[in-house]
Write a protein that binds this ligand. Structure first.
Ligand SMILES: C[S@@+](CC[C@H](N)C(=O)[O-])C[C@H]1O[C@@H](n2cnc3c(N)ncnc32)[C@H](O)[C@@H]1O
Length: 392
């Protein structure tokens, strides 16, 4: 099975590294917004299981069926019919086609309909004229038609939902960071944190960065619940039980690690925010993640923060509206000075959903990554702050 694991553009190298940590034998190749694992280094079922259950950076997992150049509808139709659809689909099964990416040759919706027609015609040929139904809500098979740089790729989407959903987000708060981007910042920050485990988020909002940090330290599986309804298990029913069993093992180990940390008597994660509603949201989410005993939250101004934590994670307000930007810049400048003079030495990981704002913290980042987020990328930066380090 040629596997394509997609992610937010910008996270490819980090995702490839995460996958090789989970499966050292694999050598993923990097593409725009994805990593690919081809023969002879396609994943075994055990490796697929580790990626599926443990990758915190992946957005979706696809099994590639065919990749080709197509300039017109006839070519697209013809290439689609060359896939052995009868191996996955029969008249009793339902399916959906999602057409994604960028194409100069096709209107994406039209191309999706063309692929749907070709699939129906090919299945009809094998099942005495009967065809499978399209189901938008809960199809058995999810087909993706992906367009990029004049090529089309047809694949099976192995998950029902985007993989960044973890099952702990009970309350999203006002401007939540997407879980897989928070996980990316957390990994980058951990890479420079010299083994320090206690982390504080002074703009904690609904707690995403704190939960992703604790999940990394404590080895949590990607999702708290196992989704046995994912299309992967309709395609390969024999994988369901071993995957569920491994998920149970990972959850057991995660709970054990939580108890071990609780016994140390020092909170692993602490957070503060000026908004009581945000703190309430964070409390609910931390409880859902099973982390309430390992976390301390309090109302507080980031600009007067006092903490002994050597790791700071922050997703400060970035001024969603233009008129708020000046205020956001002032917060960043004051926060940067405060960290430098009062809180160093420490490792500071910052996510800002607007380009060009990070510099207002007054430090040159040691690591920096721009992650695609529609028209405006999110900037992830990690800054090592040594005592006495001068702001630029
Ligand atoms: C972009 S949101 C953080 C979202 C969070 N990462 C999440 O995933 O939910 C910024 C947060 O900073 C808080 N905030 C704004 N100014 C603050 C200040 N001076 N001190 C502490 N928190 C502040 C806001 O209440 C808001 O919850």
């Amino acid at each position: 099975m040629e596997l394509v694991v997609s992610c937010s553009p910008g996270l490819e190298a980090l995702l490839a590294k995460e996958i090789t940590e989970l499966c050292p034998r694999l050598e993923p190749t990097i593409e725009h917004g994805a990593v690919r694992m081809q023969a002879p280094l396609e994943p075994t079922d055990d490796e697929l299981r580790e990626i599926y259950l443990r990758s915190r950076l992946a957005s979706r997992i696809h099994s590639s069926l065919r990749s080709f150049a197509a300039q017109n509808a006839a070519m697209l139709y013809d290439q689609t019919r060359r896939v052995a659809w009868q191996d996955f689909l029969s008249p009793e099964k339902s399916f959906i086609v999602h057409s994604r990416g960028e194409s100069k040759a096709f209107d994406l919706r039209f191309a999706g309909l063309k692929v749907k027609d070709a699939i129906c015609d090919e299945v009809r040929k094998h099942f005495q004229g009967e065809r499978p139904n399209v189901d938008r809500e809960n199809p058995d098979v999810r087909v993706t038609l992906f367009h990029r740089l004049g090529r089309c790729e047809i694949s099976l989407d192995l998950s029902r939902d985007v993989l960044h959903r973890r099952g702990y987000r009970m309350d999203a708060g006002e401007a939540p960071l997407r879980e897989n981007r928070a996980a990316a910042l957390v990994r980058l920050t951990a890479s420079l944190a010299e083994g320090h485990e206690e982390a504080h988020d002074p703009f904690c909002g609904s707690g995403t960065l704190l939960i992703e940090w604790a999940s990394l330290v404590l080895g949590a599986p990607r999702a708290l619940a196992f989704d046995g309804e994912d299309p992967l298990f309709k395609l390969r029913p024999e994988l369901k039980d071993p995957f569920r069993k491994r998920h149970q093992e990972l959850m057991q180990q995660y709970r054990k690690n939580i108890e071990k940390r609780v016994a140390l008597g020092v909170p692993l994660i602490t957070g503060s925010d000026t908004s009581p509603a945000a703190l309430e949201a964070a409390r609910k989410n931390l409880k859902a993640a099973g982390l309430e005993k390992l976390c301390r939250l309090e109302k507080g101004d980031a600009l007067k923060l006092e903490t002994k934590a050597r790791v700071l994670l922050a997703n400060p307000p970035y001024g969603e509206r233009l008129e708020d930007t000046d205020a956001a810049i002032e917060i960043l400048k004051t926060f940067g000075r405060h960290v430098k003079h009062q809180l160093g030495p420490c490792t500071l990981g910052v996510a800002l959903a607007k380009t060009g704002l990070t510099k207002h913290l007054g430090f040159k980042p040691d690591l920096k990554l721009a992650v695609d987020n529609g028209p405006i990328p999110i900037e992830l930066s990690v800054i090592k702050i040594y005592e006495g380090r001068a702001p630029r």
